[in-house]
Design a protein around this ligand. Structure first.
Ligand code: SF4
Length: 168
């Protein structure tokens, strides 16, 4: 068979195969295709309303005020919860981390977050951030069941204090 004819036949065969596959197989499209591709990476779709609210989540100036009074909850979490500022600055910034962040948020109630909204100098919407994190985590399997205690941390989750005087 002449090479040119063989090439034309091969092209025609693959064209028919492609058209047939499109006609006779059901393919996911839109949101379903997005979820099939990205749920496993912890990246659920975001609604237009959620997208427009997201810039409000980035107002933290790391003053630390919202972490005042959190030591008991940090200790009770065994290290899984490091305070509200860590959640606002780090845990809620990357969506693939939201399952772990949702677990951390479980140590602090919406009532406590509402009180902290009153003292935050940049009006960070803690409850809206927590809700967004929980919703997105729920869409891809829910809060991660982290271990009850992080082995690398000392009991209570606090870092050891440095010695006041140098050893003799
Ligand atoms: S009080 Fe507000 S600005 Fe200060 S660390 Fe907490 S979230 Fe950030």
């Amino acid at each position: 068979m002449p090479p040119r004819l063989k090439a034309i036949l091969l092209l025609a065969l693959y064209l028919l195969k492609t058209v047939g596959r499109r006609l006779f197989t059901r393919r996911k499209s839109g949101i379903a295709a997005f979820r099939a591709n990205y749920d496993a990476d912890g990246l659920p779709p975001v609604s237009p309303a959620e997208r427009s609210a997201m810039p409000e989540f980035s107002r933290c100036i790391a003053c630390g005020l919202c972490d005042r009074g959190e030591s008991a909850r940090i200790a009770a979490s065994g290290g899984a919860y490091r305070g509200v500022m860590a959640l606002v600055l780090a845990g809620s910034r990357s969506m693939p981390d939201y399952r772990a962040a949702a677990y951390s948020f479980s140590f602090v109630s919406d009532e406590v977050l509402a009180d902290k909204e009153q003292i935050c100098p940049t009006q960070v919407p803690f409850r809206a951030i927590a809700r967004f994190v929980r919703d997105k985590a729920a869409a891809v399997g829910g809060a991660l069941p982290l271990p009850p205690r992080i082995a690398s941390l000392p009991p209570g989750g606090a870092l050891p204090s440095p010695p006041l005087t140098s050893p003799k």
